[in-house]
Design a protein around this ligand. Structure first.
Ligand SMILES: O=C1O[C@H](COP(=O)(O)O)[C@@H](O)[C@H](O)[C@H]1O
Length: 258
């Protein structure tokens, strides 16, 4: 079994390019199911980090509709989020709401293993981010994880990428991109609505065995090409899987890669 708490090493990103957004969503769904089955057959409770956005919703729907999903013990999957729009509970714009509607509501998940980022119930986004960091820390396995980082070892972390190169809710030029001492941060004045968000930080994102960037559409092509350059400073160039970093793209999103 590979241990995500092992020292980081640089692993070249792998590119997998699919015909269009639909083909991409189905391919990622199949890969997601296989990754969960693999984690569980290694004796682990699978730890996954969900994202938001258009392709993510299509992936979740495809997972929910796949007969292969029956090979997963959904009670033994722990769900986390890489970022969240800080909105009231149940708001349709929340990444949590999207994932619940498209996937979680259709599977026999253990509610105690579903860890949405806090919704806006009147507390500050800073307090919400701190609460999420504490929830991550509390989930650390006493046996196999690295307590210094206070984040569990994720099996799969999915990320979308914005046309500006943002990832999770880490936006280019924003100070949260450089934060390394906490697992989760509040984000104000996001250039993409809604303006207030919560995000995992780069070191927390990098606690994953596998990081999957799932990106579709021509409007993301420049950001994808930019993030894949060795000299890139875009937020999307920062997350790296301990074992694998996959860029799962459709042809339009891949169209400017040099
Ligand atoms: O706001 C967000 O957007 C990105 C990308 O979304 P998309 O619809 O352009 O694919 C997403 O990755 C992030 O989780 C979300 O909060």
């Amino acid at each position: 079994m590979t241990d995500a708490s092992a020292p980081s090493r640089v692993v070249d990103p792998e590119l997998l390019i699919h015909r269009d957004a639909t083909a991409l969503a189905h391919a990622v769904a199949a890969r997601f199911i296989t990754a969960l089955v693999d984690a569980q057959s290694n004796g682990r409770v699978a730890q996954v980090v969900l994202t938001g956005g258009r392709v993510a919703a299509a992936v979740y729907r495809s997972v929910a509709e796949s007969p292969a999903g029956a090979s997963i013990d959904w009670q033994r999957v722990e769900f986390w989020w890489g970022d969240e729009r800080f909105l009231p509970p149940g708001d349709p714009e929340r990444n949590e709401t999207q994932a619940r509607d498209a996937l979680l509501a259709h599977m026999d998940v253990d509610p105690a293993r579903v860890h949405p980022m806090p919704a806006d119930t009147g507390q500050s986004p800073e307090a919400a981010a701190e609460a999420y960091a504490s929830e991550l820390a509390a989930a650390i396995s006493a046996l196999s994880d690295d307590k210094r980082r206070a984040v569990p070892a994720f099996d799969v972390l999915m990320l979308g990428v914005g046309p500006d190169g943002h990832v999770a809710s880490l936006f280019p030029g924003y100070p949260q991109v450089a934060v390394t001492d906490v697992a989760a941060v509040a984000v104000h004045d996001s250039p993409k609505p809604p303006p207030t968000r919560i995000s995992l930080t780069v070191p927390a994102l990098n606690r994953s065995r596998e990081v999957w960037f799932v990106v579709s559409g021509e409007d993301k092509a420049a950001a994808v090409a930019g993030a894949l350059k060795e000299t890139s400073t875009l937020p999307a160039s920062a997350p790296k899987g301990r074992n694998r970093t996959l860029w799962l793209l459709d042809e339009a999103a891949a169209s400017q890669i040099e």
